[in-house]
Design a protein around this ligand. Structure first.
Ligand code: PBG
Length: 331
C-alpha cells in the first residue's frame, strides 16, 4: 500500500447517495441468493415456524407457489428441506422416490424448469428417528462409511427427481467423492454438488431444529467442525474440491466471516455461505422489540457476507431482499 499524502479526504465520496452508489465496492443481486424452503408431509395448510417469524413449513402446493415467486423475483435458487411424517434408524424416507423431499423436488422442477435452480439438502437428520445426520453403529456413534452408502442412495433419488444441485450437508469424510462417483456411474454428470465444506457445530442452528421437527438429543460435534478451528476449513475445502465439489460452502455465515474470507481467497470453485436460522431469528427478535432497524440490519448482514467473499448466499430473507432490490442501486 502506498502512503497516503494527506490530500485525500475519505468523506468526499460519502457525501451524497449518488457518490456512495458510485463508490460502493460490493453489490448484492438477487441471482446470488438462494431461499431455503421447508416442505412437510401430511399437512393441508402451511405451518408457521414459531422460532423463525415469517418462515413456514410448506404444503406441496404452497411450496410450488413460493417457487414461482422466487423465479419471478430473479433469485438464483431455492434450497429444499423435507419434513417427513415417519422416521426410522436409517432414514429410509430420504431415498424413497415417494418420500416428501423427492416428491417436492419433482414438483418444483416441473413448476419452474430451468427458470430457477433447485437445490436439495442431502443429509439424513430430517429422516432418522435419532436425528443424527448418519446411521449409527452398535456403540451409537455415527458410522461414516455406512452413512456414505445411504447418501449415495439419497443422491440417486434426488437426481432421479430432477434436482439440479445436491447440497451435501452431513459432514461425513468422503461424502463428495462417493456421491460424485455414483452420479457419474449413472450418467448424471450434469447434476452439480454444493458441498457444505466448512460446516461448524453451531448453536445458531437452533431454530432450524424446530423447522424440521428434529428429534436430535445431544449434538453433532463428532462430525461437524469445532468453532475453534480456522485452518481446518481449508483442509475441508481442499478435500471437497479434490473429490469433485462444484461449489463449496461456509456455514454459519456471520460468526464465520474470517473463514469465508479465507476460503474465498483460495477456492477455485464458487463459494457459498449459509446465513442460518439462528442468524435470522436473532435479527427478527431484536427488530420485533424495536431495538434495531430491521431492514437495515437484514441488508447489512447479507452485504457483509458478500463483502467477505461469498458468491452465493443462502438466506431466509432472499425473497424479501429481492423485493427491496433496486437495479440501479443494488441492495
Ligand atoms: C442438516 C442441516 C442443518 C441445517 C442445514 N442443513 C442442521 C444441522 O446441521 O444441525 C441448519 C440450517 C439452519 O440453521 O438454518 N440437514
Amino acid at each position: 500500500m502506498t502512503s497516503v499524502p494527506g490530500r485525500v479526504r475519505p468523506r468526499r465520496l460519502r457525501a451524497t447517495p449518488a457518490l456512495r452508489r458510485m463508490a460502493a465496492q460490493t453489490r448484492v443481486v438477487p441471482a446470488m441468493l438462494s431461499l431455503p424452503l421447508f416442505v412437510r408431509d401430511g399437512i393441508d395448510e402451511p405451518v408457521p415456524v414459531a422460532s423463525m417469524p415469517g418462515v413456514v413449513q410448506h404444503t406441496r402446493d404452497s411450496l410450488r407457489r413460493v417457487a414461482v415467486q422466487a423465479a419471478e423475483a430473479g433469485l438464483g435458487a431455492v434450497m429444499l428441506f423435507g419434513v417427513p411424517q415417519m422416521r426410522d434408524a436409517t432414514g429410509s424416507g430420504a431415498s424413497d422416490p415417494d418420500g416428501i423431499l423427492n416428491l417436492a423436488i419433482e414438483d418444483l422442477v416441473a413448476e419452474v424448469g430451468d427458470a430457477l435452480v433447485v437445490q436439495a439438502d442431502l443429509c439424513l437428520d430430517e429422516f432418522t428417528d435419532h436425528g443424527h445426520c448418519g446411521v449409527l453403529d452398535a456403540a451409537g456413534r455415527v458410522d461414516n462409511d455406512a452413512t456414505l452408502v445411504r447418501y449415495v442412495e439419497m443422491a440417486r433419488a434426488q437426481a432421479a427427481a430432477g434436482a439440479h444441485v445436491l447440497g451435501l450437508s452431513g459432514m461425513m469424510d468422503g461424502q463428495v467423492g462417493a456421491v460424485r462417483d455414483a452420479l457419474d456411474a449413472d450418467g448424471r454428470t450434469e447434476v452439480a454438488i454444493l458441498a457444505y465444506a466448512a460446516k461448524y457445530a453451531s448453536a445458531f442452528y437452533g431454530p432450524f431444529r424446530e423447522a424440521v421437527a428434529s428429534t436430535l438429543v445431544g449434538d453433532r460435534r463428532a462430525y461437524q467442525m469445532d468453532p475453534a478451528n480456522r485452518r481446518e476449513a481449508l483442509l475441508e475445502v481442499e478435500l471437497d474440491i479434490a473429490e469433485g465439489a462444484d461449489l463449496v460452502m461456509v456455514k454459519p455465515a456471520m460468526s464465520y466471516l474470517d473463514i469465508l474470507a479465507d476460503v474465498a481467497a483460495v477456492s477455485t470453485v464458487p463459494v457459498a455461505a449459509y446465513q442460518v436460522s439462528g442468524e435470522y431469528s436473532m435479527v427478527e427478535a431484536a427488530a420485533a422489540q424495536g431495538w434495531i432497524d430491521r431492514r437495515r440490519a437484514v441488508e447489512e448482514s447479507v452485504l457483509s457476507i458478500v463483502r467477505a467473499g461469498a458468491d452465493h448466499v443462502l438466506t431466509y430473507w432472499a425473497l424479501e431482499l429481492a423485493g427491496w432490490w433496486d437495479e440501479s442501486r443494488g441492495l
